[in-house]
Design a protein around this ligand. Structure first.
Ligand code: OXD
Ligand code: MN
Length: 591
């Protein structure tokens, strides 16, 4: 194999716990070879060369996309699979109505049957990784065992992977165990199992990012949310962005939006021309680990070090930073290909697809050229607005938490919660139209509390209780807001221009935190009055703005009724404080 034998021996000797587990997995899966990954550049090159030789990675145009490759996944393996994702706690109630549940013994049996002998003829890769800056007290480590070299290359981009992570594991003695095999990519033999009480994950039958890069959703959200509850912090599906004003002061926001609702775009926003002197810094685009700091504020780290972003729609107008980020050393998964060997996707606004994402000659009758959930995997350091604070061990102080969803109607452009607990209710009530990030129907409104429906590793009732307690213990908690960039008029057109113009809304949010912006009190919370939002230079009609900021009491009464019915599913475990808050919200809209 690519790695020198003495290196393997050394890594193997670093942690006896990891070595014992690797040996146990090797006995079960029977690989032809075992390779311990050190995260080095030579290792990356060797893996990449092997995949290119096997025609699994297609090198892209070396002049216009240097170091970039295209990967085509199995057409039946292109998204997260929530219907076969399980949380396996001893007590069913601990997983809650928000998760599929299986008893741990049964789940282990089922998975071990699938894993038995599955790596015959394959190499078993041991991938030690650290979620968070390697020297951060808030970072947590894991080891993923996988038989997919594509997964290894992605994990190297997405996490701090290799020797340093293993050294930290050896010092700490604990790590999350993630066992992964692509199996035969048979959807009927595909399961993603989480064992939070054992800090372990077993994933079989998929090579797709959210199912197979176990550091991401499985560890950094499902397992970490469980750990966070025990240890007094929060693991959330949130981007982290720093907004620097012309005086050089930076406010950090943590924003939770459901999958494929523009988190990466917001995290990399370019302010409109009228915002001279303002800068935006990306700390993270998908996950935030939030810890109470000694000064009574909430601090966030991004446990990841790369982006696994949705490609379609990315262009210099919608997200110039992302567009520039992915011009080199990027893995594109399931995009189309041009005659010049360049990647192509809907919304790119240049070039023409020759082959679609499945490698077939492009035929618009057969659907889009790029898969709607096609992705880029790229190191965060390539982002022109990458925040140096992303590597700060203590994280960044959070001024505001922003929830949001994709809603054609009802939710106004922005509103502010009255209090932390009111904010928790707003977060618990988040609903959004489903997207291509998960298999299933697209465009259906579903409840997605805190954008964590697919990712909370335990009962939502306990999760909301934990949120309320974390906030109550903070002397200077962040203010909580809700945004909706996706309101549509009767003609089906978006009312708000979105993208860079969202800066105007972020500015109002920051100014509200500093007490410098006005608002009107409404039954659902504080909204900007007609002149409180900066619309200078924005061609938006007064009546459109009024529609974006309208609060329709009748519609909200119906909404709160539905939120109540949803919360009732959690029965006795639902925190009293949340019930009271909902009662108040209903009363305010005349319910
Ligand atoms: C993601 C998702 O890939 O949320 O980030 O599905
Ligand atoms: Mn996500």
């Amino acid at each position: 194999m690519a790695t020198a034998p003495q290196r393997i021996t050394h890594l193997e000797n670093l942690s006896r716990e990891v070595a014992a587990w690797v040996a146990e997995v090797a006995r079960l899966t029977v690989p032809d070879a075992v390779v311990w990954c050190d995260g080095s550049e030579s290792e990356r090159r060797a893996l990449q060369a092997r995949l290119v030789e096997a025609r699994e990675l297609i090198p892209l145009n070396a002049a216009s996309y240097p170091g970039c490759h295209l990967y085509r996944s199995d057409p039946n393996d292109v998204a997260r699979v929530e219907h076969v994702t399980f949380v396996c706690t001893r007590e069913r109630e601990d997983a809650g109505p928000n998760n599929h549940w299986m008893a741990p013994a049964e789940a282990h049996r089922k998975m071990d049957d699938l894993f038995r002998g599955c790596m015959r003829g394959r190499t078993l890769y041991v991938v030690p990784y650290c979620m968070g800056p390697i020297d951060s007290p808030y970072a947590r480590c894991g080891v993923e065992i996988t038989d997919s070299p594509y997964v290894v290359l992605n994990m190297r981009l997405m996490t701090r992977m290799g020797r340093e992570a293993l050294e930290r594991i050896a010092r700490e003695g604990t790590f999350v165990k993630g066992l992964h095999s692509t199996g035969e990519l048979d959807p009927a033999r595909r399961f993603i199992m989480h064992f939070p009480e054992e800090l372990s994950i077993k994933s079989f039958g998929s090579g797709y990012g959210g199912n197979a890069l176990l550091g991401k959703k499985c560890h950094a959200l499902r397992i970490a949310s469980w750990q966070a509850r025990r240890e007094g912090w929060l693991a959330e599906h949130m981007l982290i962005v720093g907004i620097e004003n012309p005086r050089g002061e930076t406010h950090y926001l943590a924003c939770a939006f459901p999958s494929a609702c523009g988190k990466t775009n917001l995290a990399m926003l370019i302010p409109p021309a009228s915002y001279a002197g303002w800068k935006v810094w990306t700390v993270g685009d998908d996950i935030a680990w939030l810890h109470p700091g000694s000064d009574g504020r909430l601090y966030a780290i991004n446990p990841e070090k790369g982006y696994f972003g949705v490609v379609p729609g990315t262009n210099p107008q919608t997200n110039r930073n992302a567009f520039e980020t992915i011009r080199r050393d990027t893995i594109f998964t399931n995009v189309a290909l041009t005659a010049e060997d360049e990647p192509w996707w809907e919304g790119l606004q240049a070039g023409e697809p020759l082959f679609d994402w499945q490698g077939r000659p492009f035929d618009p009758k057969k659907g889009p050229a790029a898969h709607p959930n096609s992705r880029f995997t790229v190191s965060a350091e390539q982002n022109p607005c990458y925040s140096p604070a992303a590597d700060a061990p203590q994280g960044v102080p959070i001024s505001a938490i922003v929830f949001g969803g994709r809603r054609r109607s009802l939710a106004p452009l922005v509103y502010q919660a009255r209090s932390w607990t009111h904010g928790v209710l707003i977060g618990a009530g988040v609903a959004s139209e489903t997207t291509a990030a998960a298999t299933g129907e697209v465009g259906v409104v579903r409840r997605d509390p805190m954008a964590m429906k697919p990712f909370a590793g335990y009962n939502f009732a306990d999760y909301w209780d934990h949120w309320i307690k974390v906030g109550a213990a903070l002397e200077r908690p962040p203010q909580i807001f809700h945004v909706n960039w996706f309101r549509q008029g009767d003609d089906g057109k978006f009312l708000w221009p979105g993208f860079g113009e969202n800066m105007r809304v972020l500015r109002w949010i920051i100014d509200r935190c500093g007490g410098a912006a006005g608002a009107v009190d409404t039954p659902i919370g504080h909204l900007p009055g007609p002149t409180d939002l900066d619309t200078h230079g924005l061609p938006i009609h007064g009546s459109t703005l009024a529609e974006l900021l309208e609060v329709d009491r009748d519609a909200w009464r119906a909404e709160f009724g539905q939120v109540g019915a949803y919360l009732d599913e959690f029965g006795e475990r639902l925190p009293q404080a949340l019930k009271r808050e909902l009662g108040e919200a209903l009363r305010r809209v005349g319910g």
